[in-house]
Design a protein around this ligand. Structure first.
Ligand code: NAD
Length: 474
């Protein structure tokens, strides 16, 4: 049994889920496999109608689910409402667009009759993280299900409860629970035909290897170390600075596409830091996730808190200066949970671990640069390439630099969730993963192309072809 504590009040157990061992995973995959033919036999529009209706049922439970998510994840309640609302909006988007995107095409002409259809894989195995458990699961479940797949979902043991409720409300989804062992059994199961993973690179490599051993295709959404590049002409309003602060500190910095390295022109660094600290004072309020007005809760676990504090200590050892940010909510007790003081760290070099690694926590380095070529090279250094941002009032200049950044998604004049779009494919380059979520590409991840072809030469009245001839060569 997994007992999940509230990371903001560690003495409080929010709920329990049973651990699914390898035999339980096998049973879940076999049940999903037994359902796949009936489910895939429905037309796309019929599956979309069923999913849309289930989405409406979940929408009516938004407040209950958001509260549960806040208590198990430590994310502020407003964030949890937003995540669930966005996840259900994505489900609706999928239902609206799938009939067109997944439609078969047919041509019947002098060359023959050719039908190209989009077929489901069968059972999709999904392994998801805790930091945005509902949206990151629905980004897989919604397109997989509408396309006619059935799903076995393994959420993170650090936030299995709200997403468990969502999974239970959807058709042909089977949830299994546990940690790496449960995930391994799922990714390597011979009846799983596609694996979808979001999480860190350590688990990602092992899951991809296990899937690869079965020749099971996978989609991998991994970590990032997003640079935010402020061009010399940057011009930020107070609202821009406030948005930028939350682009780094929402979910206590534990977001794959958070702004994780801030690159500012040397001559404007002091002005930037002053306005940034002032903005944080206005919008960054640490406290219990259920307290109104709180915008940052704890981090997810004691291990995460220790890791992030160690990164800040290591930064000080390298000459960095940590500036505490924001305020604490009235009456807040930082010892009640896994709270970490948010900091902006200045005076670091790019080799410092806080800069070179994904920090995944509330500590952000402010780095200075001298030339555009230099900042481009520094932004592109490293193995990760998930998101990035460019900030400038000159949109042409921003788009030109964006085109040269090694990232799967470059935001212009914003960063993180405010820059997302349901229609825009999201995913990484380099070691940040492969495959895409959102948009039409996110739907097409869950189908494979099938062709039925009657060449004109062999249709009734056709002219035939010499044995072994290549078509179209006379
Ligand atoms: P994690 O990799 O520790 O865990 C993710 C999931 O994998 C969990 O369900 C976990 O139980 C499971 N797992 C762990 N080891 C496994 C193994 N060996 N075999 C099978 N399953 C295994 O990640 P996390 O701490 O939950 O999430 C943080 C990471 O996720 C960060 O690196 C973050 O950047 C990344 N992330 C990426 C995206 C994206 O869209 N690219 C989105 C959110 C988070």
């Amino acid at each position: 049994m997994i007992s999940r504590e509230n990371p903001a009040r560690i003495a409080e157990i929010v709920g329990h889920v049973p651990v699914t061992g390898p035999s339980g995973v096998d049973a879940a995959v076999r049940r999903a496999d037994a359902e796949r033919r009936d489910w895939s036999a429905l037309p796309v529009s019929a599956r979309a109608d069923i999913l849309r209706e289930r989405g409406e049922t979940l929408a009516a439970r938004q407040e209950e689910l958001a509260t549960l998510l806040a208590r198990e994840s430590g994310k502020p309640l407003a964030d949890c409402r937003g995540e669930i609302g966005f996840a259900l909006a994505y489900l609706r988007w999928v239902c609206d667009h799938a009939p067109r995107v997944l439609a078969s095409s047919e041509v019947d002409d002098e060359a023959g009759r050719l039908v190209v259809s989009r077929e489901p894989y069968g059972v999709v195995g999904c392994v998801t993280p805790w930091n945005a458990p509902v949206i990151l699961a629905l980004l897989k479940l919604a397109p997989a299900l509408v396309a006619g797949n059935t799903v076995v979902l393994k959420p993170s043991p650090l936030a299995p409860l709200a997403v468990g409720e969502v999974a239970a409300a959807l058709p042909v989804v089977f949830a299994v629970h546990g940690g790496a062992e449960t995930g391994r059994a799922l990714a390597g199961h011979p009846l799983v035909r596609k694996v979808a993973f979001t999480g860190g690179d350590v688990a990602g490599r092992e899951i991809a290897a296990n899937a690869g051993a079965m020749l099971t295709p996978s989609v991998m959404e991994l970590g990032g170390n997003d640079p935010a590049v402020f061009l010399p002409d940057f011009s930020l309003t107070t609202a821009d600075y406030e948005r930028l602060v939350m682009a780094s500190f929402a979910t206590s910095g534990q977001v794959c596409m958070a702004a994780k390295r801030l690159y500012v022109p040397r001559g404007r660094a002091a002005e930037f830091a002053e306005a940034y600290v002032a903005a944080a004072e206005r919008v960054l309020v640490t406290g219990d996730p259920l307290t109104p007005g709180v915008s940052m809760g704890p981090v997810v676990s004691a291990a995460a808190a220790d890791r992030i504090r160690a990164l800040v200590v290591a930064s000080a050892d390298r000459g960095g200066t940590a500036v505490p940010l924001g305020r604490v909510a009235p009456g807040h007790d930082p010892d009640a949970g896994y709270f970490v003081t948010p900091v902006l760290v200045t005076d670091l070099d790019d080799a410092a671990p806080l800069v070179a690694e994904e920090q995944f926590g509330p500590a952000v380095p402010l780095l200075v640069y001298d030339t555009e070529e230099e900042v481009l090279a520094r932004a592109n250094a490293g193995e990760l390439g998930l998101g990035a941002s460019v900030w400038s009032p000159d949109e042409e200049r921003a788009f030109a630099l964006a085109g040269r950044l090694e990232a799967g998604f470059v935001f212009v004049n914003t960063h993180n969730r405010t820059g997302m779009s349901l229609r825009a494919p999201f995913g990484g380059v380099k070691r940040s993963g492969y495959g895409r979520e959102y948009g039409e590409e996110g739907l097409l991840e869950y189908v494979q192309t099938k062709v039925v072809h009657a060449p004109a030469a062999f249709r009734p009245g056709g002219q035939g072809m010499a044995p072994g001839a290549y078509p179209g060569t006379g």
